[in-house]
Design a protein around this ligand. Structure first.
Ligand SMILES: [Zn+2]
Length: 244
């Protein structure tokens, strides 16, 4: 069988074999064994790096969870441009969110396309735009995005005023319903969120994206993802350490 896929992660098992988690366009997430991957550069050379876009050739095995991976052909490698620690952390964030949110054998073309979009955007400039774009869109594609225009408690429109969010509750509230230790989502970031849902990622690439930009929107999006996943995302914590 063949599939278009993004490599999420790999880990070695006995001898030169590797287990590989893939997010495929046609079959959703699946795991496979790449036999002798460490030795066979011909079959997998360079293609097992996380976030590599590949054409994967594999065989399903009866009564086994793991498919047998035969070879990968690289469509696009994240290593084709210079990689620094910030970029690697962004790629790790994409991988972790996909791995945590996507069930096995359940394809999701919208999520797949989003991933291709942000991988491409992450090659051309600041990673903070694609990270923000991805985190916010994932909350929406998973059906976890709360109403952003109104206070979730009193229903009042937030129009142009800062809004508040909290790790223990969904959505945004107005200043009157803000709890202790809330995060603040600025009016500018609320506008940016609306723009992210209405413009393709490419349209946002020309703006400067220092790490401070929309940091509050990233916090809000990651917090929403974590609340629904009921766990912390380690890669998101790494991005926060980088000041993002
Ligand atoms: Zn309110």
């Amino acid at each position: 069988m063949n599939a278009e896929a993004i490599v999420l992660r790999t880990w070695p098992i006995r001898e030169a074999d590797q287990i590989v988690t893939l997010f495929t366009r046609e079959f959703g997430k699946l795991k496979g064994v790449a036999k002798s991957a460490a030795k066979s550069r011909r079959r997998f050379g360079g293609a097992l790096e996380p976030m590599t876009h590949v054409r994967a050739s594999f065989v399903e095995r009866p009564r086994q969870d793991l498919v047998r991976l035969d070879y990968f052909e690289i469509v696009r490698s994240p290593l084709s441009v210079a990689v620094d620690y910030t970029r690697l952390s962004a790629l790790a964030f994409f991988a972790e969110v996909i791995d945590e949110t996507q069930p096995d054998h359940d394809p999701n073309d919208a999520v797949f396309r989003l991933l291709l979009t942000v991988l491409e955007a992450a090659e051309t400039g600041s990673v903070w735009m694609p990270v923000t774009y991805f985190a916010l869109w994932m909350t929406r594609l998973m059906g976890w995005l709360p109403e952003l225009r109104r206070c979730m408690l009193c229903g009042e429109a937030l129009d142009g005023a800062p809004a508040y969010f909290h790790a223990l509750s969904d959505g945004l509230v107005c200043v009157h319903h803000k709890r202790l230790a809330s995060g603040t989502l600025s009016a500018e970031s609320q506008r940016l969120a609306a723009q992210i849902f209405h413009a393709p990622a490419g349209a946002l690439l020309d703006d400067p994206w220092p790490r401070e930009r929309a940091r509050d929107l990233r916090r809000f999006s990651v917090q929403t993802l974590e609340r629904h996943l009921e766990r912390r995302l380690t890669s998101a914590a790494a991005l926060v350490k980088l000041g993002g």
